[in-house]
Design a protein around this ligand. Structure first.
Ligand SMILES: [Zn+2]
Length: 329
């Protein structure tokens, strides 16, 4: 039996191409919740929010929110209110470049606690405490952008959730090019699926964007581009005020993929059969893509798409890859 340390020792090491901003200066905001700031237009309109650091080592979102906060006196929303915040600040504070994967969270994954059962329940963890602090703000948000990044160098993508309104919102934002339609994780609810965000009858809506590898310079640029597109698509900012912060050129046409299953490891012995990075299309059903002892993981259908493969958090019960198919809209 392998250990997680042995698994991680075999994985590719990604250099830190970006600096981690000092976010301590943003602790005291104007919302009553630490590390959350709001810019109010004074004109009736939606409350939109960009939230970084749901996972403590996902720095691209933190760089974007830090940058937007530095611009806060010149950002002039046309309507409504723009909130900017950092979620798992305690995990971020503990980041150590010698063990960059260790600070995804402190006690538990903060993106699995977003149900009333957990938030109103008796349990305690650093992440639950922070989620409970953020909850009143999030409960008032009409449109949410939750900025994440990935363990591996993979194409950026939007996680739209399972509902038509999330798929449409992804198309309205228009980039990144890959849109993953999925129902979330069996081991706890994501913020993007929390409360009204996951209710098809509500107009409140949320997107999760994975901007690329955690520490790449490109990931930081994609995060800023995504934030600008989100602010424009929600009608709170003018495109002409943000165009200098966006990626040059027209975005690629979007492709949509529906996740049909998650592959969950049962041990530390799970291994992929190829060096998958994500968004690979496997032509034939029945192709072996991974092994775990005597168990073989097979593609369930032709043209199966590999979504976010990673062994960095490997262990019993951990989702190591999702499988999906291309959807024509
Ligand atoms: Zn994340």
């Amino acid at each position: 039996m392998k250990t997680l340390e042995q698994v991680r020792a075999q994985l590719k090491h990604y250099p830190l191409e970006v600096e981690f901003p000092d976010i301590a200066k943003w602790q005291h905001g104007n919302t009553g919740v630490d590390f959350v700031h709001s810019i109010d237009s004074g004109v009736a309109g939606p409350h939109v929010m960009i939230l970084a650091l749901m996972h403590g080592n996902e720095v691209s979102g933190a760089i974007t929110v830090d940058r937007l906060l530095q611009m806060r006196d010149t950002l002039r929303p046309l309507q409504g209110r723009v909130s900017l915040g950092f979620a798992n600040v305690e995990a971020y504070r503990r980041f150590d470049a010698r063990d960059p994967d260790a600070t995804r969270y402190v006690d538990e994954d903060m993106n699995r606690v977003w149900s009333s059962v957990r938030l109103d329940g008796p349990e305690d963890s650093i992440e639950l405490r922070r989620a409970r602090q953020l909850r009143p703000i999030i409960d008032s948000v009409d449109y949410m952008l939750d900025l994440h990044s990935m363990h591996e160098e993979a194409p950026p993508l939007i996680v739209s959730g399972p509902l038509d309104k999330g798929i449409q919102f992804s198309a309205d934002v228009g980039a990144p090019a890959h849109v993953i339609i999925d129902a979330g994780h069996p081991n706890g609810k994501r913020m993007r699926d929390y409360a009204d965000f996951g209710d098809p009858a509500s107009t409140r809506n949320a997107l999760l964007i994975e901007t690329g590898q955690h520490f790449s310079a490109r990931s930081k640029d994609v995060a800023m581009d995504s934030a600008c597109r989100f602010l424009i698509a929600t009608g709170v900012m003018r495109a002409s005020d943000l165009s200098t912060f966006m990626l040059a050129g027209e975005p690629s046409p979007q492709r949509f993929y529906r996740v049909t299953e998650s592959v969950v490891a049962t041990s530390y012995d799970f291994e992929f059969c190829d060096d998958y990075h994500g968004m690979e299309v496997i032509p034939k059903a029945g192709t072996v893509i991974a092994r775990e002892g005597a168990r073989e993981v097979l593609t369930p259908y032709d043209n199966c798409v590999i979504v976010m493969p990673s062994l960095r958090q490997l262990g019993p019960g951990v989702t190591v890859v999702r499988l999906g198919h291309i959807v024509t809209r």
